[in-house]
Design a protein around this ligand. Structure first.
Ligand code: F6R
Length: 244
């Protein structure tokens, strides 16, 4: 628990930079699982600063994003593909071929195959070293909404009404929020060697409390992280305020 989200973001960035530098020194890639949304913005800003001011080298970094709305053109202002380019990738020296984000433009009949190939690409990269997560008010990680089993893999899902309501302002109304998304599954996420879930602000406090203190269950996907051997919740004081 950190006093502010800025302190928390700096802590996570430092930990990621350490792993990237160590792996670079031994000539091995670092595989990062990345999230979009408001939560990781400060983290990405700090990583960009480290790249520009401290020569943090991303040329061997491989990334896999959690999710993308479906359907969603890559250049749409709501696309997570575009968001990642604008928020992080265009500011660092990552190789375009090392970036992986679920594709919201595949034909509906080809989604299952796309999801399988996404899982295969993660396996081929050697698995995810560090998975960065946010948490939704439904307790989702990625877009694994309530009812998602612990065994879920990358797939097409229907967004929970609460998630659509939370996204509504960005889409000028709830009716414009896509019904569906492609997301890494809970099982895909749990296979990462290290998981860092970040949550900031008072509005996250009740969900964080349930995820951390209730027994793991499908009603809060993030609660499954209790069963992971190396998962950490990085909170600001406000998000931690309901913990007993
Ligand atoms: C985003 C994602 C979501 C968000 C969550 C929190 O790629 O997978 O699980 O992390 O909805 O969103 P923010 O950070 O906007 O509160």
């Amino acid at each position: 628990i950190f006093p502010t989200s800025t302190d928390a973001a700096r802590h996570v960035a430092t930990l990621m930079a350490k792993m990237i530098r160590e792996n670079n020194a031994s000539g091995v890639p670092t595989v990062l699982g990345l999230a979009t949304g408001s939560t990781p913005v400060g983290l990405y800003r700090e990583l960009i600063r480290m790249h520009k001011e401290e020569n943090l080298d991303f040329s061997r970094v491989v990334t896999f994003n959690l999710d993308e709305y479906f359907p969603m053109p890559k250049d749409d202002s709501h696309s997570y593909n575009r968001w990642m380019q604008e928020t992080l990738f265009s500011h660092i020296n990552i190789k375009p071929e090392n970036v992986h984000i679920p594709d919201g433009t595949v034909k509906p009949g080809a989604v299952a195959d796309h999801c399988e190939r996404y899982e295969e690409a993660i396996r081929k990269a050697g698995g995810i070293d560090i998975q960065i997560l946010g948490i939704g008010r439904t307790g989702h990680i990625g877009f694994n909404e309530p009812g998602s089993p612990k065994t879920a893999r990358t797939r097409l899902v229907t967004l929970d009404p609460v998630t659509k309501r939370d996204a509504a302002s960005g889409f000028f109304g709830e009716e414009n929020v896509p019904q569906q998304a492609i997301t890494m599954g809970t099982a895909t996420i749990l296979e990462a060697r290290k998981v860092i879930l970040m949550a900031f602000g008072e509005h996250k406090a009740p969900t964080v409390q349930k995820a951390v203190e209730n027994p793991p269950s499908e009603s809060i996907a993030a609660s499954f992280l209790q069963e992971h051997s190396d998962s950490t919740f990085i909170l600001d004081a406000a998000a931690a305020s309901d913990l007993t």
